[in-house]
Ligand binder design. Sequence first.
Ligand code: ISL
Ligand code: CA
Length: 534
Amino acid sequence: MAQTQWWQRGIFYQVYPRSFQDTNDDGIGDLDGIRARLDYLVALGIDAVWISPIFPSPMADFGYDVADYCGIDPMFGDLEAFDRLIEEAHARRLKIVLDFVPNHTSDQHSWFAESRASRENPRRDWYIWRDPAPDGGPPNNWMSNFGGPAWTYDPASGQYYYHAFLNQQPDLNWRNPQVRAAMHDVLRFWMARGVDGFRVDVIWHLMKDADFRDNPPNPEYGPGDPDIRRFLQTRSTDQPDVHAIIAELRGVIDEYEDRVLIGEIYLPIDRLVTYYGENLEGAHLPFNFQLIHASWSAPRLAELIADYDAAVPEGGWPNWVLGNHDQPRIASRIGARRARVAAMLLLTLRGTPTMYYGDEIGMENVPIATEDAHDPWEKNEPGLGLGRDPERTPMQWDASPNAGFTNGRPWLPLAADFTTRNVAVQLEQPASLLGLYRELIALRRDHPVLHAGTYRKITALGDVLVFLRESAEECVLVALNLAGTAQDDIPLPPGTYGRVLLSTESDRPRQERVEGHLSLRPNEGVIVSLDARG
Ligand code: ISL
Ligand code: CA
């Protein structure tokens, strides 16, 4: 087995800082709150914490509108609080990964104030300004991801500026070398402070068609779809020249030892894997969101896992993501029972797993009425179910008021079930989802084959997904029953017998010997260590 890096062996855990832990009673999580919960993360067994944006921001998109890349929003703390967090995390051997949002700034960023001041301003070209179309309308048909046209008219200078997201999030012009240099310095600023890497927001957006040609219509667009689906984003995103930009970012990352570059990319597998770079000079980990969009059936999962595993280039490292702050909670997508099987899948697949805070206790979407929405997407395109507040609710720590998240009024409501579904309760129950996560993570650590072994698809037998993880030292079989009915005839590979290392059903005996066939209960997943029959 080749020497692996920490980001290949380890497990990432995303913290949405507004909702993790509040320490000053303003109802919003903060950096001291994350620091206060580090021991929980150590006990859980994760290796790296990715924190969604904590930089000064008017919060039009909850921090994804950055007004100063080298500061901390007072809501979250200050640079001293950040340094304390890094120090205490590192003392516990936890890595800290920040969210880098290079595609756009806030419209309150001083760069944009200068840029919009006049056409002659030296920073004019730091953003994307275009003349109106002949009819005075927007320069092309590109739509905003949050509804409506992606162009906003500036009457003072008579031009439109481009924003792939809110009009308060103008896109930077990455063709401008000064922009690139300034952003490289941002990465250096944080790495010098000890940051272990970055998750790069919408990295596939950084370059746009140089001629700003229209996007083609999307034949699949239909009623109930958000505006962004009207057109295929073939000119506004995923341009061939983005890879040179990313290679430069990677070059900056590589100036420091042991740092990781993760890219957020929503693209089909064949496009996604180009973000490793032709010669692996791109992102270390282009986020793989296949499990987020998959229909949860064994044949479908078997197919997409095989497709992805085969598409990852030689020398590239795979990764899997089960949830994030933009997507409905996994427990709500597939149900509580199958969330246990999903945990086992995430932690036994080949590739670095990324978990989303609260998924380890089975947090569900919390319904938020449109009139109570905070998320600008829900406000702009109400009633289509696009809102992202439901998956951003406060972490459920214990049964005390507001789940131990805050002594104030939480910025989003707590789930109704927090007195029974919380960390404190589940830490006491080995059979809980949290108990299962902790065992899975420990098992992944103790059995290097689970993070470093090869993946071999066996088959999808009915609704049972079966695969092998193999190394020179060990062979492990994973069998996941996605059906609500028992499955009795899962054959072991010829000439082998097995010992059960772990089941999603806590009362299944450990080390149980299995020969010939494996029987699974409804929605049961097992990890079996295989040996040759002697
Ligand atoms: O939500 C989406 C995928 O289902 C896409 O519309 C969107 O491109 C993607 O979620 C991008 O997300 C990132 O950038 C946004 C920010 O609002 C998200 O929170 C962030 O994860 C703009 O910075
Ligand atoms: Ca706070």
